[in-house]
Design a protein around this ligand. Structure first.
Ligand SMILES: Cc1cc2nc3c(=O)[nH]c(=O)nc-3n(C[C@H](O)[C@H](O)[C@H](O)COP(=O)(O)OP(=O)(O)OC[C@H]3O[C@@H](n4cnc5c(N)ncnc54)[C@H](O)[C@@H]3O)c2cc1C
Length: 491
Protein backbone atom coordinates (compact mmCIF):
# COMPACT_ATOMS: atom_id res chain seq x y z
CA UNK A 1 0.00 0.00 0.00
CA UNK A 2 0.95 3.65 -0.31
CA UNK A 3 0.53 6.63 1.97
CA UNK A 4 -3.14 7.10 2.62
CA UNK A 5 -5.39 9.94 1.52
CA UNK A 6 -7.72 11.85 3.80
CA UNK A 7 -10.65 9.91 2.39
CA UNK A 8 -8.98 6.58 3.17
CA UNK A 9 -8.18 7.77 6.71
CA UNK A 10 -11.86 8.60 7.33
CA UNK A 11 -13.10 5.39 5.72
CA UNK A 12 -10.78 3.28 7.85
CA UNK A 13 -12.02 4.95 11.04
CA UNK A 14 -15.62 4.47 9.96
CA UNK A 15 -15.10 0.76 9.32
CA UNK A 16 -13.03 0.12 12.45
CA UNK A 17 -15.86 1.00 14.84
CA UNK A 18 -13.43 1.50 17.71
CA UNK A 19 -14.83 1.36 21.24
CA UNK A 20 -15.04 5.07 21.99
CA UNK A 21 -17.08 6.61 24.79
CA UNK A 22 -17.76 10.30 25.37
CA UNK A 23 -20.26 12.29 27.44
CA UNK A 24 -21.58 9.03 28.90
CA UNK A 25 -22.36 7.38 25.58
CA UNK A 26 -20.77 4.90 23.21
CA UNK A 27 -19.97 6.53 19.89
CA UNK A 28 -21.42 4.73 16.88
CA UNK A 29 -19.34 6.50 14.24
CA UNK A 30 -16.59 8.92 15.27
CA UNK A 31 -16.46 10.40 11.78
CA UNK A 32 -20.02 11.70 12.21
CA UNK A 33 -19.90 12.57 15.91
CA UNK A 34 -19.76 16.31 16.76
CA UNK A 35 -16.89 15.80 19.22
CA UNK A 36 -14.63 14.24 16.59
CA UNK A 37 -15.77 14.99 13.06
CA UNK A 38 -13.99 18.36 12.77
CA UNK A 39 -10.62 17.21 14.01
CA UNK A 40 -11.00 14.14 11.79
CA UNK A 41 -11.42 16.53 8.87
CA UNK A 42 -8.19 18.28 9.90
CA UNK A 43 -6.38 14.95 10.13
CA UNK A 44 -7.75 14.06 6.68
CA UNK A 45 -6.33 17.36 5.39
CA UNK A 46 -2.92 16.35 6.76
CA UNK A 47 -3.04 13.04 4.92
CA UNK A 48 -4.16 14.79 1.71
CA UNK A 49 -1.27 17.22 2.04
CA UNK A 50 1.07 14.27 1.46
CA UNK A 51 -0.32 14.05 -2.08
CA UNK A 52 -0.48 17.83 -2.59
CA UNK A 53 3.25 18.07 -1.81
CA UNK A 54 4.57 14.65 -2.78
CA UNK A 55 8.09 15.93 -3.45
CA UNK A 56 8.34 16.95 0.20
CA UNK A 57 6.13 14.41 1.92
CA UNK A 58 6.48 11.09 0.08
CA UNK A 59 9.38 8.78 -0.74
CA UNK A 60 9.82 5.31 -2.19
CA UNK A 61 9.41 2.58 0.39
CA UNK A 62 12.68 0.63 0.85
CA UNK A 63 10.74 -2.66 0.88
CA UNK A 64 7.89 -2.23 -1.65
CA UNK A 65 8.90 0.82 -3.69
CA UNK A 66 5.47 2.30 -3.02
CA UNK A 67 5.11 5.98 -2.20
CA UNK A 68 5.05 6.21 1.60
CA UNK A 69 5.28 9.08 4.11
CA UNK A 70 8.64 10.80 4.65
CA UNK A 71 7.81 11.02 8.36
CA UNK A 72 8.41 7.23 8.45
CA UNK A 73 11.75 7.48 6.65
CA UNK A 74 14.86 6.16 8.44
CA UNK A 75 17.43 8.96 8.14
CA UNK A 76 20.86 7.85 6.94
CA UNK A 77 22.30 11.31 6.25
CA UNK A 78 21.92 14.86 7.56
CA UNK A 79 20.01 15.61 4.35
CA UNK A 80 17.54 12.86 5.26
CA UNK A 81 17.06 14.42 8.69
CA UNK A 82 16.38 17.79 7.12
CA UNK A 83 13.98 16.16 4.66
CA UNK A 84 12.13 14.55 7.57
CA UNK A 85 11.91 17.88 9.37
CA UNK A 86 10.69 19.72 6.28
CA UNK A 87 7.87 17.18 5.90
CA UNK A 88 7.09 17.55 9.62
CA UNK A 89 6.99 21.33 9.16
CA UNK A 90 4.46 21.03 6.34
CA UNK A 91 2.09 19.31 8.74
CA UNK A 92 2.90 21.57 11.68
CA UNK A 93 2.34 24.80 9.77
CA UNK A 94 -1.10 23.57 8.74
CA UNK A 95 -2.28 23.79 12.38
CA UNK A 96 0.15 26.38 13.74
CA UNK A 97 1.66 23.56 15.82
CA UNK A 98 -1.66 23.07 17.60
CA UNK A 99 -2.07 19.37 16.85
CA UNK A 100 0.52 18.04 19.25
CA UNK A 101 -0.03 14.42 18.31
CA UNK A 102 -0.31 14.80 14.54
CA UNK A 103 0.90 11.56 12.91
CA UNK A 104 4.54 12.71 12.57
CA UNK A 105 5.05 12.40 16.35
CA UNK A 106 4.45 8.67 16.65
CA UNK A 107 5.76 7.99 13.15
CA UNK A 108 9.13 9.09 14.55
CA UNK A 109 8.66 6.65 17.42
CA UNK A 110 7.91 3.61 15.25
CA UNK A 111 10.55 4.59 12.71
CA UNK A 112 13.22 4.45 15.44
CA UNK A 113 11.71 1.25 16.82
CA UNK A 114 12.14 -0.38 13.42
CA UNK A 115 15.69 0.87 12.86
CA UNK A 116 16.78 -0.13 16.37
CA UNK A 117 14.75 -3.35 16.44
CA UNK A 118 17.74 -5.39 17.61
CA UNK A 119 17.49 -3.63 20.97
CA UNK A 120 14.29 -5.57 21.67
CA UNK A 121 16.07 -8.92 21.16
CA UNK A 122 17.40 -8.58 24.70
CA UNK A 123 13.97 -9.73 25.93
CA UNK A 124 13.44 -12.34 23.19
CA UNK A 125 14.75 -12.53 19.60
CA UNK A 126 11.09 -12.68 18.49
CA UNK A 127 10.49 -9.20 19.94
CA UNK A 128 13.16 -7.70 17.68
CA UNK A 129 11.50 -9.26 14.65
CA UNK A 130 8.13 -7.95 15.88
CA UNK A 131 9.49 -4.41 16.21
CA UNK A 132 10.95 -4.51 12.70
CA UNK A 133 7.79 -5.90 11.13
CA UNK A 134 5.51 -3.51 12.99
CA UNK A 135 7.48 -0.44 11.88
CA UNK A 136 7.22 -1.69 8.28
CA UNK A 137 3.53 -2.41 8.67
CA UNK A 138 2.87 1.07 10.12
CA UNK A 139 4.80 2.73 7.29
CA UNK A 140 3.31 0.67 4.44
CA UNK A 141 -0.25 1.14 5.76
CA UNK A 142 0.30 4.74 6.90
CA UNK A 143 -1.24 3.86 10.26
CA UNK A 144 -2.47 6.67 12.46
CA UNK A 145 -1.37 5.98 16.01
CA UNK A 146 -2.12 6.97 19.57
CA UNK A 147 0.05 6.04 22.53
CA UNK A 148 -0.16 5.58 26.23
CA UNK A 149 2.75 5.59 28.64
CA UNK A 150 1.44 6.48 32.09
CA UNK A 151 -0.04 4.45 34.96
CA UNK A 152 -3.17 5.79 36.67
CA UNK A 153 -2.58 8.69 39.06
CA UNK A 154 -3.37 6.91 42.34
CA UNK A 155 -0.48 7.35 44.75
CA UNK A 156 2.66 8.72 43.17
CA UNK A 157 4.63 8.23 46.42
CA UNK A 158 4.53 4.47 45.84
CA UNK A 159 5.78 2.13 43.13
CA UNK A 160 3.16 0.46 40.99
CA UNK A 161 3.26 -2.90 42.81
CA UNK A 162 2.78 -1.09 46.16
CA UNK A 163 -0.49 0.63 45.17
CA UNK A 164 -3.53 -0.22 47.31
CA UNK A 165 -5.27 -1.61 44.22
CA UNK A 166 -2.23 -2.42 42.15
CA UNK A 167 -4.11 -4.15 39.35
CA UNK A 168 -5.95 -0.98 38.34
CA UNK A 169 -2.89 -0.32 36.20
CA UNK A 170 -2.31 -2.20 32.95
CA UNK A 171 -0.59 -5.48 33.75
CA UNK A 172 0.03 -8.95 32.40
CA UNK A 173 -2.68 -11.45 33.40
CA UNK A 174 -1.51 -14.60 31.63
CA UNK A 175 0.20 -15.94 28.56
CA UNK A 176 -1.59 -18.21 26.09
CA UNK A 177 -0.64 -19.84 22.78
CA UNK A 178 -2.13 -16.87 20.93
CA UNK A 179 -0.53 -14.14 22.96
CA UNK A 180 -0.58 -12.26 26.23
CA UNK A 181 -3.76 -11.30 28.09
CA UNK A 182 -3.49 -7.83 29.62
CA UNK A 183 -5.90 -5.98 31.87
CA UNK A 184 -6.05 -2.55 33.49
CA UNK A 185 -5.86 1.14 32.76
CA UNK A 186 -3.38 3.49 31.11
CA UNK A 187 -3.29 7.28 30.64
CA UNK A 188 -3.69 9.45 28.59
CA UNK A 189 -4.19 8.68 24.92
CA UNK A 190 -4.45 11.92 22.97
CA UNK A 191 -6.21 11.19 19.66
CA UNK A 192 -7.30 7.81 21.08
CA UNK A 193 -10.71 8.13 19.42
CA UNK A 194 -9.47 9.11 15.98
CA UNK A 195 -6.61 6.75 15.21
CA UNK A 196 -6.12 3.22 13.86
CA UNK A 197 -3.88 1.65 16.50
CA UNK A 198 -2.47 2.21 19.96
CA UNK A 199 1.12 1.71 21.02
CA UNK A 200 1.66 1.00 24.68
CA UNK A 201 5.12 1.91 25.83
CA UNK A 202 6.90 2.70 29.11
CA UNK A 203 7.21 6.28 30.30
CA UNK A 204 10.17 8.19 28.89
CA UNK A 205 10.75 9.74 32.35
CA UNK A 206 9.44 7.53 35.15
CA UNK A 207 11.65 4.53 35.88
CA UNK A 208 10.48 1.26 37.40
CA UNK A 209 12.11 -1.44 39.56
CA UNK A 210 12.01 -5.23 39.15
CA UNK A 211 8.90 -5.63 41.31
CA UNK A 212 7.07 -3.57 38.70
CA UNK A 213 7.88 -6.13 35.97
CA UNK A 214 4.22 -7.21 35.57
CA UNK A 215 3.45 -3.62 34.56
CA UNK A 216 6.50 -3.25 32.32
CA UNK A 217 5.61 -3.99 28.72
CA UNK A 218 5.40 -2.56 25.24
CA UNK A 219 3.06 -3.62 22.46
CA UNK A 220 0.79 -2.32 19.69
CA UNK A 221 -2.76 -3.36 18.81
CA UNK A 222 -5.62 -2.06 16.65
CA UNK A 223 -7.97 0.32 18.46
CA UNK A 224 -10.90 -1.98 17.75
CA UNK A 225 -9.36 -4.95 19.56
CA UNK A 226 -12.05 -6.61 21.70
CA UNK A 227 -11.93 -5.42 25.32
CA UNK A 228 -10.18 -2.13 24.52
CA UNK A 229 -12.12 1.00 25.46
CA UNK A 230 -11.29 4.68 24.99
CA UNK A 231 -13.09 6.86 27.54
CA UNK A 232 -12.71 10.42 26.30
CA UNK A 233 -12.82 13.60 28.31
CA UNK A 234 -15.53 16.11 27.42
CA UNK A 235 -14.94 17.70 24.06
CA UNK A 236 -13.69 21.26 23.74
CA UNK A 237 -15.17 21.42 20.26
CA UNK A 238 -18.52 22.87 21.17
CA UNK A 239 -19.88 22.59 17.65
CA UNK A 240 -19.49 26.31 17.04
CA UNK A 241 -18.46 27.78 13.71
CA UNK A 242 -14.87 28.58 12.72
CA UNK A 243 -15.32 32.31 13.39
CA UNK A 244 -16.43 31.70 16.99
CA UNK A 245 -14.00 28.91 17.86
CA UNK A 246 -11.32 29.07 15.19
CA UNK A 247 -9.10 26.46 16.83
CA UNK A 248 -11.41 24.29 18.93
CA UNK A 249 -13.57 23.74 15.85
CA UNK A 250 -10.61 22.38 13.91
CA UNK A 251 -7.88 20.90 16.10
CA UNK A 252 -9.52 19.42 19.21
CA UNK A 253 -7.54 16.18 19.39
CA UNK A 254 -9.26 14.77 22.50
CA UNK A 255 -7.62 12.87 25.37
CA UNK A 256 -8.75 9.45 26.54
CA UNK A 257 -8.36 7.12 29.47
CA UNK A 258 -7.61 3.70 28.01
CA UNK A 259 -9.15 0.59 29.57
CA UNK A 260 -7.97 -2.87 28.67
CA UNK A 261 -10.42 -5.55 29.79
CA UNK A 262 -8.67 -8.89 29.41
CA UNK A 263 -7.36 -7.89 26.03
CA UNK A 264 -5.45 -10.43 23.95
CA UNK A 265 -2.23 -9.00 22.52
CA UNK A 266 -0.98 -11.41 19.82
CA UNK A 267 2.63 -12.58 20.23
CA UNK A 268 3.73 -10.82 17.06
CA UNK A 269 2.66 -7.48 18.55
CA UNK A 270 4.76 -7.71 21.73
CA UNK A 271 8.04 -5.74 21.94
CA UNK A 272 8.82 -5.86 25.67
CA UNK A 273 7.33 -8.23 28.21
CA UNK A 274 7.60 -8.04 32.00
CA UNK A 275 10.98 -6.39 31.98
CA UNK A 276 11.38 -3.07 33.80
CA UNK A 277 15.07 -2.85 32.96
CA UNK A 278 14.43 -2.95 29.19
CA UNK A 279 11.50 -0.55 29.62
CA UNK A 280 13.66 1.93 31.51
CA UNK A 281 16.17 2.00 28.66
CA UNK A 282 13.97 1.57 25.59
CA UNK A 283 13.38 5.17 24.53
CA UNK A 284 16.93 6.31 25.15
CA UNK A 285 18.90 3.34 23.82
CA UNK A 286 16.88 3.06 20.61
CA UNK A 287 17.17 6.84 20.17
CA UNK A 288 13.39 6.99 19.68
CA UNK A 289 13.27 9.83 22.18
CA UNK A 290 15.81 11.77 20.10
CA UNK A 291 13.82 11.46 16.87
CA UNK A 292 10.59 12.31 18.71
CA UNK A 293 12.31 15.35 20.24
CA UNK A 294 13.40 16.36 16.71
CA UNK A 295 9.74 16.33 15.66
CA UNK A 296 8.69 18.14 18.85
CA UNK A 297 11.20 20.97 18.39
CA UNK A 298 9.96 21.46 14.81
CA UNK A 299 6.40 21.55 16.19
CA UNK A 300 7.45 24.06 18.86
CA UNK A 301 8.97 26.30 16.18
CA UNK A 302 5.76 26.25 14.12
CA UNK A 303 3.75 26.98 17.27
CA UNK A 304 5.98 29.87 18.31
CA UNK A 305 5.76 31.33 14.79
CA UNK A 306 1.98 31.18 15.09
CA UNK A 307 1.94 32.78 18.56
CA UNK A 308 4.28 35.52 17.30
CA UNK A 309 1.99 36.18 14.34
CA UNK A 310 -0.99 36.52 16.68
CA UNK A 311 0.91 38.85 19.05
CA UNK A 312 2.12 41.10 16.22
CA UNK A 313 -1.37 41.21 14.68
CA UNK A 314 -2.85 42.27 18.03
CA UNK A 315 -0.23 45.01 18.32
CA UNK A 316 -1.15 46.32 14.87
CA UNK A 317 -4.89 45.98 15.45
CA UNK A 318 -5.03 48.22 18.51
CA UNK A 319 -2.01 50.41 17.88
CA UNK A 320 0.15 49.29 20.80
CA UNK A 321 3.27 48.29 18.85
CA UNK A 322 5.06 51.56 19.70
CA UNK A 323 4.98 51.03 23.45
CA UNK A 324 8.26 49.94 24.98
CA UNK A 325 6.97 47.09 27.15
CA UNK A 326 4.82 45.80 24.29
CA UNK A 327 7.85 45.66 22.01
CA UNK A 328 9.78 43.91 24.76
CA UNK A 329 7.08 41.25 25.00
CA UNK A 330 7.21 40.80 21.23
CA UNK A 331 10.97 40.41 21.62
CA UNK A 332 10.47 37.66 24.20
CA UNK A 333 8.50 35.62 21.66
CA UNK A 334 11.02 36.37 18.90
CA UNK A 335 13.91 35.27 21.14
CA UNK A 336 12.06 32.04 21.93
CA UNK A 337 11.63 31.38 18.23
CA UNK A 338 15.24 32.11 17.35
CA UNK A 339 16.60 30.06 20.27
CA UNK A 340 14.46 27.06 19.27
CA UNK A 341 15.66 27.40 15.66
CA UNK A 342 19.26 27.42 16.89
CA UNK A 343 18.69 24.26 18.90
CA UNK A 344 17.24 22.62 15.80
CA UNK A 345 20.14 23.74 13.61
CA UNK A 346 22.72 22.42 16.06
CA UNK A 347 20.78 19.17 16.46
CA UNK A 348 20.74 18.54 12.71
CA UNK A 349 24.22 19.75 11.84
CA UNK A 350 25.94 17.88 14.66
CA UNK A 351 23.99 14.69 13.95
CA UNK A 352 25.86 11.39 13.97
CA UNK A 353 25.18 7.87 12.81
CA UNK A 354 24.11 5.80 15.81
CA UNK A 355 24.85 2.13 16.39
CA UNK A 356 21.60 1.20 14.63
CA UNK A 357 22.63 3.03 11.44
CA UNK A 358 20.28 5.99 11.91
CA UNK A 359 21.52 9.53 11.40
CA UNK A 360 20.61 10.80 14.84
CA UNK A 361 20.34 14.47 15.81
CA UNK A 362 22.57 15.84 18.55
CA UNK A 363 20.67 14.91 21.70
CA UNK A 364 22.21 17.63 23.88
CA UNK A 365 20.67 20.33 21.68
CA UNK A 366 17.25 18.67 21.59
CA UNK A 367 17.28 17.73 25.26
CA UNK A 368 17.92 21.36 26.22
CA UNK A 369 15.10 22.51 23.91
CA UNK A 370 12.59 19.93 25.16
CA UNK A 371 13.36 20.84 28.75
CA UNK A 372 13.13 24.57 28.10
CA UNK A 373 10.00 24.93 25.97
CA UNK A 374 7.56 23.63 28.64
CA UNK A 375 8.96 26.30 30.95
CA UNK A 376 8.62 29.14 28.44
CA UNK A 377 5.34 28.29 26.69
CA UNK A 378 3.07 29.42 29.58
CA UNK A 379 4.81 32.80 29.34
CA UNK A 380 3.98 33.04 25.61
CA UNK A 381 0.31 32.45 26.41
CA UNK A 382 0.54 35.04 29.18
CA UNK A 383 1.96 37.62 26.76
CA UNK A 384 -1.00 37.15 24.42
CA UNK A 385 -3.34 37.70 27.36
CA UNK A 386 -1.48 40.82 28.52
CA UNK A 387 -1.48 42.35 25.05
CA UNK A 388 -5.11 41.47 24.26
CA UNK A 389 -6.52 42.80 27.56
CA UNK A 390 -10.27 43.55 27.36
CA UNK A 391 -10.20 42.77 23.67
CA UNK A 392 -10.06 39.09 24.63
CA UNK A 393 -13.40 39.38 26.38
CA UNK A 394 -15.06 41.83 24.00
CA UNK A 395 -15.56 39.07 21.49
CA UNK A 396 -19.10 38.88 20.09
CA UNK A 397 -20.00 35.88 17.96
CA UNK A 398 -20.70 35.42 14.26
CA UNK A 399 -24.40 35.40 15.15
CA UNK A 400 -24.12 38.85 16.78
CA UNK A 401 -22.65 40.29 13.59
CA UNK A 402 -25.38 38.60 11.55
CA UNK A 403 -28.12 40.16 13.70
CA UNK A 404 -29.71 43.00 11.72
CA UNK A 405 -30.32 45.14 14.78
CA UNK A 406 -26.83 45.03 16.28
CA UNK A 407 -24.52 43.76 13.52
CA UNK A 408 -23.62 47.13 11.97
CA UNK A 409 -23.44 48.78 15.38
CA UNK A 410 -21.00 46.11 16.56
CA UNK A 411 -18.88 46.30 13.45
CA UNK A 412 -18.31 49.98 14.22
CA UNK A 413 -18.00 49.60 18.00
CA UNK A 414 -15.23 47.00 17.98
CA UNK A 415 -13.19 48.34 15.07
CA UNK A 416 -9.43 48.45 15.40
CA UNK A 417 -6.69 50.73 14.15
CA UNK A 418 -6.36 48.87 10.86
CA UNK A 419 -9.36 46.53 10.91
CA UNK A 420 -13.15 46.60 10.67
CA UNK A 421 -14.92 45.34 13.80
CA UNK A 422 -15.70 41.95 12.28
CA UNK A 423 -12.07 41.27 11.32
CA UNK A 424 -10.76 42.59 14.63
CA UNK A 425 -13.03 40.23 16.57
CA UNK A 426 -12.00 37.38 14.29
CA UNK A 427 -8.38 38.01 15.28
CA UNK A 428 -9.13 38.39 18.98
CA UNK A 429 -11.27 35.26 19.01
CA UNK A 430 -8.26 33.45 17.60
CA UNK A 431 -6.05 34.88 20.37
CA UNK A 432 -8.65 33.86 22.97
CA UNK A 433 -8.95 30.32 21.56
CA UNK A 434 -5.18 30.04 21.52
CA UNK A 435 -4.74 30.91 25.18
CA UNK A 436 -7.92 31.27 27.23
CA UNK A 437 -10.76 29.05 26.01
CA UNK A 438 -10.96 25.45 27.20
CA UNK A 439 -9.03 24.57 24.03
CA UNK A 440 -6.41 27.26 24.70
CA UNK A 441 -5.99 26.38 28.40
CA UNK A 442 -5.44 22.77 27.43
CA UNK A 443 -2.74 23.86 25.00
CA UNK A 444 -0.82 25.52 27.85
CA UNK A 445 -1.29 22.46 30.07
CA UNK A 446 -0.31 20.20 27.19
CA UNK A 447 2.90 22.04 26.46
CA UNK A 448 3.87 21.86 30.12
CA UNK A 449 3.39 18.09 30.32
CA UNK A 450 4.06 17.27 26.67
CA UNK A 451 7.16 15.13 27.15
CA UNK A 452 6.58 14.21 30.79
CA UNK A 453 6.77 15.98 34.14
CA UNK A 454 9.16 18.92 33.57
CA UNK A 455 10.27 18.81 37.21
CA UNK A 456 11.51 15.24 36.96
CA UNK A 457 12.81 15.82 33.44
CA UNK A 458 14.77 18.75 34.90
CA UNK A 459 16.12 16.59 37.73
CA UNK A 460 17.29 13.98 35.22
CA UNK A 461 18.80 16.73 33.12
CA UNK A 462 20.70 18.12 36.10
CA UNK A 463 21.93 14.68 37.17
CA UNK A 464 23.12 13.71 33.69
CA UNK A 465 24.75 17.02 32.86
CA UNK A 466 28.54 16.92 32.81
CA UNK A 467 29.18 19.41 35.63
CA UNK A 468 32.85 18.67 36.29
CA UNK A 469 34.42 20.97 33.66
CA UNK A 470 32.64 23.97 35.14
CA UNK A 471 33.59 23.19 38.71
CA UNK A 472 37.12 22.57 37.51
CA UNK A 473 37.18 25.92 35.72
CA UNK A 474 36.27 27.70 38.95
CA UNK A 475 38.80 25.69 40.95
CA UNK A 476 41.53 26.69 38.53
CA UNK A 477 40.50 30.32 38.71
CA UNK A 478 40.58 30.24 42.52
CA UNK A 479 44.01 28.62 42.43
CA UNK A 480 45.30 31.62 40.47
CA UNK A 481 44.62 33.88 43.50
CA UNK A 482 47.92 35.47 44.44
CA UNK A 483 47.12 35.50 48.17
CA UNK A 484 47.60 32.34 50.25
CA UNK A 485 45.56 31.13 53.19
CA UNK A 486 46.63 32.97 56.40
CA UNK A 487 48.47 30.78 58.92
CA UNK A 488 45.96 31.23 61.70
CA UNK A 489 43.09 29.70 59.58
CA UNK A 490 45.18 26.67 58.64
CA UNK A 491 44.00 23.52 60.42
C1 LIG B 1 -3.10 17.44 27.57
C2 LIG B 1 -2.31 16.21 27.86
C3 LIG B 1 -2.16 15.25 26.87
C4 LIG B 1 -1.44 14.09 27.12
N1 LIG B 1 -1.32 13.14 26.14
C5 LIG B 1 -0.68 11.99 26.39
C6 LIG B 1 -0.57 10.95 25.41
O1 LIG B 1 -1.01 11.10 24.28
N2 LIG B 1 0.03 9.79 25.75
C7 LIG B 1 0.56 9.59 27.00
O2 LIG B 1 1.10 8.53 27.24
N3 LIG B 1 0.50 10.55 27.93
C8 LIG B 1 -0.10 11.73 27.68
N4 LIG B 1 -0.19 12.69 28.64
C9 LIG B 1 0.33 12.38 29.97
C10 LIG B 1 1.69 13.01 30.23
O3 LIG B 1 2.68 12.18 29.70
C11 LIG B 1 1.81 13.15 31.75
O4 LIG B 1 0.92 14.17 32.15
C12 LIG B 1 3.18 13.47 32.24
O5 LIG B 1 4.06 12.43 31.94
C13 LIG B 1 3.20 13.70 33.74
O6 LIG B 1 2.72 12.55 34.39
P1 LIG B 1 1.42 12.60 35.31
O7 LIG B 1 0.37 13.40 34.62
O8 LIG B 1 1.12 11.22 35.68
O9 LIG B 1 1.87 13.48 36.56
P2 LIG B 1 2.22 12.95 38.00
O10 LIG B 1 3.39 12.04 37.91
O11 LIG B 1 1.03 12.38 38.65
O12 LIG B 1 2.67 14.30 38.73
C14 LIG B 1 1.72 15.18 39.40
C15 LIG B 1 2.53 16.22 40.19
O13 LIG B 1 3.27 15.57 41.23
C16 LIG B 1 4.67 15.79 41.09
N5 LIG B 1 5.35 14.49 41.31
C17 LIG B 1 4.84 13.25 41.13
N6 LIG B 1 5.78 12.32 41.40
C18 LIG B 1 6.90 12.98 41.74
C19 LIG B 1 8.22 12.57 42.11
N7 LIG B 1 8.57 11.27 42.19
N8 LIG B 1 9.14 13.52 42.38
C20 LIG B 1 8.81 14.84 42.28
N9 LIG B 1 7.58 15.28 41.94
C21 LIG B 1 6.63 14.37 41.68
C22 LIG B 1 4.88 16.26 39.65
O14 LIG B 1 6.00 17.14 39.55
C23 LIG B 1 3.55 16.97 39.33
O15 LIG B 1 3.62 18.30 39.75
C24 LIG B 1 -0.88 13.88 28.40
C25 LIG B 1 -1.01 14.86 29.39
C26 LIG B 1 -1.70 16.01 29.13
C27 LIG B 1 -1.83 17.04 30.23
Amino acid sequence: MSAKTGKEYVQRLKEAKNNVYIHGEKVEDVTEHPAFKNVIRSMADLYDLQYEKPEKMLYNSPTTGNKVGVTFMEPKTVEDLIKRREAIMEWQRYSGGLMGRSPDYLNANVMAMGAAHQFYAEGDPMFAENAKKYAEYARENDLSLTHTLIHPQINRAKAQYEQKDANVALHVVKKTDEGVIVDGVRLLATQGAITDEIIVFPSTVKKAGELDDPYSLAFAIPNNTPGLKFICRESFDYGRNEFDHPLGSRFEEGDAIVCFENVLVPWDRIFILENSSICNRAYRETNAVVHMAHQVVAKDIAKTEFVLGVALSIMDAIGIDGFQHVQDKGTEIMLTLEIMKSHLYRAEHQAKLDRWGMMTPDYAALDAARNWYPRIYPRLAEIIRILGASGLMGIPTQADFENEEIGALLNRAVQGKNLEGYERVQLFRLAWDLTMSAFGSRQTHYEYYFFGDPVRMGMTYFNNYDKEPFKQMVQEFLKRTKKSKPNFVKA
